[in-house]
Design a binder for this molecule. Structure first.
Ligand code: GAP
Length: 445
């Protein structure tokens, strides 16, 4: 059988995401709300798997990283110290004719509106703070004003002392957190790539000032490269862009943007940054509290240097979805053309790992056997039971990226074996029911 693979368009990805229950527009029945999305039954599992994969590698497999979970709303002075109140702006610009709003840095020219074509119709650019505001308590005045966090990292910095003292850690060590962040983006877009509510997975790694900080930075870059490779992200679609000194903040000695080649071009998935002592210094200065580390051995106090890796979980989930998507056209030996859409998810990322089918709906012996197999596998794998037309069942499981489908047929009742179909090769093997656990352990883990 010959087959060809085509590159995917965003329309195809969004259509599949909706059709199969991965991602829906938020509050769709009211017309949606720009920059917000909901994860459907399969999307919720997919995103959870992506977060678990990050957490496993960053926290559980290391003895030098601890987990953390801070509140979304923090004391407003946090954002003064971090610079978000004074500097977390985008320049926005409006077209006076069509009233559309743009980010000034996203426009190719300031002469002609890209939406309505009017010439010289733009307002002067003005600053727009991206933090979402709310009020804490019953009074809606400036004293009760607060912000939804635009990044999770600050919760870690302000707790630095609480954490290292209670976890009994000394630099080099890291603190990791996954949680929601909010940014009032001027122009959300490209599906879940630029949204106003999203999840970040952030690692803040604190190192002593002993001259090894750049080595630690490089180690984390390598670790993150390995992570994307482990989950099969196509290497030619991933790049690690090194920021120039002009592109980096003044206090940073190094910075790398991890970028993926989306259907619309390269887009940032993660930023890895050497941040010096900037963040802890800023909080010490404004709070007047000591966040330095006291080294019992040398009896010296110092401010640790920070290496940060900050990845967007919605963008990573979208990347895994796009990267896995393949439309295969094949010609069988009889010259017949077939087409299938398949998601080649890594088995640890796939929302369903094993689907178990009964060949017929109305044969209780087959249904019972298939259900029994599915139930037995359920504690160890993400499974799904289904029944009916095998071609349609395979098509559905291919579209949601299920690596293995097991079918109970009439022969099963005699030979105590099932047909195991591999998603990627479409190869079918007959495997004894008693040997299934060993087979799946070898293939999935
Ligand atoms: N603490 C560092 C920090 O927040 P950032 O580069 O602003 O750095 C890190 O954000 C990651 O968060 C980005 O690489 C991206 O994956 C994700 N992110 C940022 N803004 C986003 C948005 N509007 N929608 C979805 N993800 C976003």
């Amino acid at each position: 059988m010959e087959s060809t693979r085509e590159t995917v368009s965003m329309d195809e990805v969004t259509a599949l995401a909706k059709r199969r229950g991965f991602i829906f527009q938020s509050s769709e029945i009211y017309g949606g709300i720009g920059g917000f999305y909901d994860y459907g039954p399969l999307g919720a599992i997919l995103k959870r798997n992506v977060k678990n994969a990050w957490w496993r590698d960053t926290v559980e497999l290391r003895d030098d990283v601890v987990g953390f979970d801070s509140s979304i709303i923090m004391h407003p002075l946090t954002w003064k110290a971090s610079g978000h109140i004074d500097q977390f702006h985008d320049r926005m610009i409006d077209c006076k004719v069509c009233k559309h709003r743009f980010r000034a840095d996203h426009l190719k020219s300031l002469e002609q509106c890209p939406d309505c074509g009017s010439k010289n119709s733009f307002t002067e650019p003005r600053n727009f703070n991206l933090m979402m505001k709310t009020f804490v308590g019953p009074m809606e005045d400036t004293a009760s004003e607060a912000f939804l966090r635009p990044e999770t990292a600050q919760g870690i910095f302000v707790n630095f002392k609480n954490i290292y003292q209670t976890a009994r850690k000394r630099p080099p060590f890291g603190i990791a957190q996954i949680g929601k962040s909010f940014r009032n983006e001027i122009t959300p877009g490209n599906f879940t790539f630029r949204v106003r509510e999203f999840e970040q997975a952030e690692l803040e790694y604190f190192v002593p000032d002993d001259g090894n900080d750049l080595e630690v930075f490089k180690d984390w870059v390598e670790r993150r490269k390995q992570w994307y490779a482990n989950y099969g992200v196509k290497p030619d679609k991933l790049r690690f862009y090194e920021l120039t000194p002009e592109e980096r903040p003044h206090y940073a000695k190094a910075g790398i943007d991890v970028e993926y080649l989306f259907p619309w071009g390269w887009g940032e998935l993660e930023s890895i940054a050497h941040r010096g002592t900037y963040d802890l210094d800023a909080h010490m200065q404004l709070s007047g509290k000591d966040l330095q580390f006291f080294d019992e051995g040398s009896k010296k106090k110092y401010t640790p240097i920070l290496v940060e890796s900050s990845a967007g979980m919605d963008r990573t989930t979208l990347t895994f979805l796009i990267d896995a998507y393949e439309k295969e056209r094949s010609t069988d030996p009889n010259g017949k053309e077939t087409e299938r859409v398949v998601l080649h998810f890594h088995p640890h990322i796939a929302p369903v790992q094993v689907a178990v089918f009964s060949l017929a709906r109305n044969k209780p012996e087959l249904v019972q056997q298939a259900r029994a197999i599915e139930e037995k596998l359920r504690p160890n794998y993400r499974t799904q039971y289904d029944e009916g037309n095998i071609g349609q069942l395979y098509r559905r499981q291919d579209e949601i990226g299920t690596p293995f489908c097991l079918t109970v047929d009439y022969d099963t009742l005699q030979d105590r074996a099932v047909t195991v179909r591999d998603r990627d090769s479409m190869r079918q093997d007959r495997i004894a029911i008693d040997a299934l656990a060993g087979f799946l352990r070898e293939k999935i883990g």
